[in-house]
Design a protein around this ligand. Structure first.
Ligand SMILES: Nc1ncnc2c1ncn2[C@@H]1O[C@H](COP(=O)(O)OP(=O)(O)O)[C@@H](O)[C@H]1O
Ligand SMILES: [Mg+2]
Length: 233
């Protein structure tokens, strides 16, 4: 059984039928446990809209999202928030690190609402796993771009969510730092993590198992990645 089932996802903006923007126009696919899926498409093709719907943050206008047999948008707001915390880790292009908290404190944030006793140890070991063991007490401004990205990734995985969602996580990084961050995602994937990553950089698709391509809110390709990728848009 697939971990994620997107079934006919539609999202439009605007009440007036004639001027409506169809950000997503009937997108269906499955993601298996442990799969690394890249999502590409031109600017405005619906990538971020899709990711926020997959992230249980943005109800579709129609269609269904089923994750681990749970019909996500049939949950109450409160249950959906719990679901999001348990199942999903997010990495955004604007990393949204809290500037006045240290790396360790930033990574501890998702644990605040949990009853875990080992919050500090868990956050520290997650940062260590991503090679930041010596920088736990640095503020984001005292870290390089790549290190800040790794803190954001650590924060996304500290709860061990079954799915990581990333929206252009290397979009604002130079190519060397981007490579470094991609290797972190590859490492997570090798460890069995399910990843869905939006990107506009064809080079960042090389480690993915599958590439979904969007254009004008429609899925124009959904194929296994084998070496050279062919853009369909
Ligand atoms: N909140 C919103 N209100 C109105 N239109 C939106 C909103 N969010 C996205 N859109 C529109 O939906 C389309 C898809 O946007 P988006 O998902 O951000 O694309 P991408 O991430 O691929 O650049 C675009 O035409 C965008 O202008
Ligand atoms: Mg976007």
């Amino acid at each position: 059984m697939s971990l994620v089932l997107a079934d006919g996802l539609v999202k439009y903006f605007g009440a007036d039928e004639t001027t409506r923007v169809h950000a997503l126009d009937g997108v269906s696919f499955k993601v298996n446990r442990g799969e690394y899926v890249a999502v590409m498409g031109p600017s405005g093709s619906g990538k971020s809209t899709l990711l926020t719907i997959l992230g249980a943050m943005n109800p579709p206008s129609s269609g269904k999202l089923v994750i681990d047999d749970i019909d996500v948008y049939s949950l109450s707001q409160e249950k959906r928030a719990d679901f999001r915390r348990e199942y999903l880790g997010f990495v955004f292009q604007q990393l949204q690190l809290i500037p006045y908290l240290t790396a360790l404190e930033n990574v501890m944030l998702p644990l605040v609402v949990t009853s875990r006793k080992d919050k500090k140890e868990l956050a520290a070991s997650t940062l260590e796993r991503l090679g930041l063991g010596s920088k736990l007490n640095r503020l984001p401004s005292e870290l390089s771009g790549g290190e800040q990205s790794r803190v954001a990734i650590a924060r996304a995985i500290v709860n061990s969510p079954p799915i990581i969602l990333a929206d252009e996580p290397i979009g604002s990084l130079d190519s060397k730092t981007g490579e470094e961050v991609l290797s972190v995602f590859k490492q997570l994937h090798d460890e069995g993590q399910t990843i869905i990553m939006v990107t506009h950089n064809p080079d960042s698709v090389k480690d993915a198992d599958r590439l979904i391509q969007l254009k004008d809110g429609k899925m124009v390709a959904n194929e296994k990645v084998k070496g050279q990728i062919v853009l369909a848009f």
